[in-house]
Design a protein around this ligand. Structure first.
Ligand code: NAD
Length: 281
């Protein structure tokens, strides 16, 4: 293996340390509220992790767990209560929601100033405009990781595989905005000859949710490869990138686990701090 490993765990620990240092100098403790609907085991694990992180950096955390048969109205009432609670700076509704609940409508109920997942249409709109707002955690984590390792972005070709509103699209906006200055291609399931597109990349981001979709033949030598994918194959966690062969060709690569995942969690903390400072002045 010749590629440099981009260690998301280490960089995430730095982000947490920065947030903790900032919190220690505040006259209040930022508050993060999470809402978990139902008892999906993966969601429970994610939410627990977010609370651990929150208490580690000195936040207050408030957890609301409601049954899977909660109505849309009850869920939105809970969100309204959290919007009105002065101790709550950030609200996270753990997705996906159980069938029958409208996740888009729930997210739109969150006060944009407390939308620490950065998924409210208002915050996504600010991103389109290139203005300050709360930005989605996963793409923000990818940019932070690239910055940490001083991977050149300006003038480079970035190819993102996946066009979801959660990852691919916002990341395309972030990498192409003024001051970051990549030339971005967003590929998707209808793109045709994927390898021909991805071989153009200086920075290749795989966010398709397709195990080992990206092989060595998809990658130009020296490319920085960021693997956002999380897939379970035979009980094992694998990314969208076939790690071993790609690491022979790439210049730098993120592992799964230990790459983008920890960065996503860390950026939630950074967003909560930002939201608290803006709200409380
Ligand atoms: P999604 O299903 O909403 O979107 C997937 C996108 O990939 C779609 O735009 C689709 O067109 C494209 N795609 C799918 N198969 C493809 C193929 N064979 N060729 C080209 N394009 C293809 O998924 P999402 O929410 O964006 O998540 C993507 C992956 O990232 C999932 O594995 C998810 O678990 C993971 N994820 C990880 C983190 C993290 O913190 N590491 C955060 C969010 C999502």
């Amino acid at each position: 293996m010749s590629a440099l490993i981009l260690d998301g765990k280490e960089v995430a620990a730095r982000v947490r340390a920065e947030v903790a240092e900032a919190v220690a100098s505040l006259p209040y403790r930022p508050g993060l509220a999470t809402v978990l609907v139902g008892d999906d085991p993966a969601s429970q694990v994610y939410v627990r992790g977010k609370h651990r992180d929150a208490s580690e950096v000195g936040f207050r955390s408030f957890h609301h767990e409601v049954p899977a048969d909660t109505s849309q109205e009850e869920l939105e009432d809970l969100i309204e209560r959290l919007n009105a609670d002065p101790e709550v700076d950030g609200i996270l509704v753990q997705l996906p929601l159980p069938a029958g609940l409208d996740a888009e409508a729930a997210v739109e109920r969150i006060d944009p100033a407390k939308d620490v997942d950065g998924l409210h249409p208002f915050n996504l709109g600010l991103l389109v405009l290139g203005r300050d707002g709360l930005r989605p955690c996963t793409p923000a984590g990818v940019v932070r990781l690239l910055d940490h390792y001083e991977i050149p972005i300006a003038g480079k070709r970035a190819v993102i595989v996946g066009r979801s509103f959660l990852v691919g699209r916002p990341l395309g906006l972030m990498l192409s905005e003024r001051g970051v200055d990549a030339t971005v291609t967003v590929a998707h399931s209808r793109s045709g000859d994927l390898a021909a597109i991805t071989r153009e990349a200086d920075i290749l981001v795989a966010a398709a949710g397709a195990a080992r979709l990206i092989g060595a033949g998809h990658v130009k030598p020296g490319t920085t490869v960021i693997d956002v994918g999380i897939n379970r194959v035979d009980g094992k966690l694998v990314g969208d990138v076939d790690f071993d062969p790609v690491a022979e060709v790439a210049g730098a690569i993120t592992p799964v686990p230990g790459g983008v995942g920890p960065m996503t969690r860390a950026m939630l903390l950074a967003n909560t701090l930002t939201a608290a400072r803006r709200r409380r002045g």
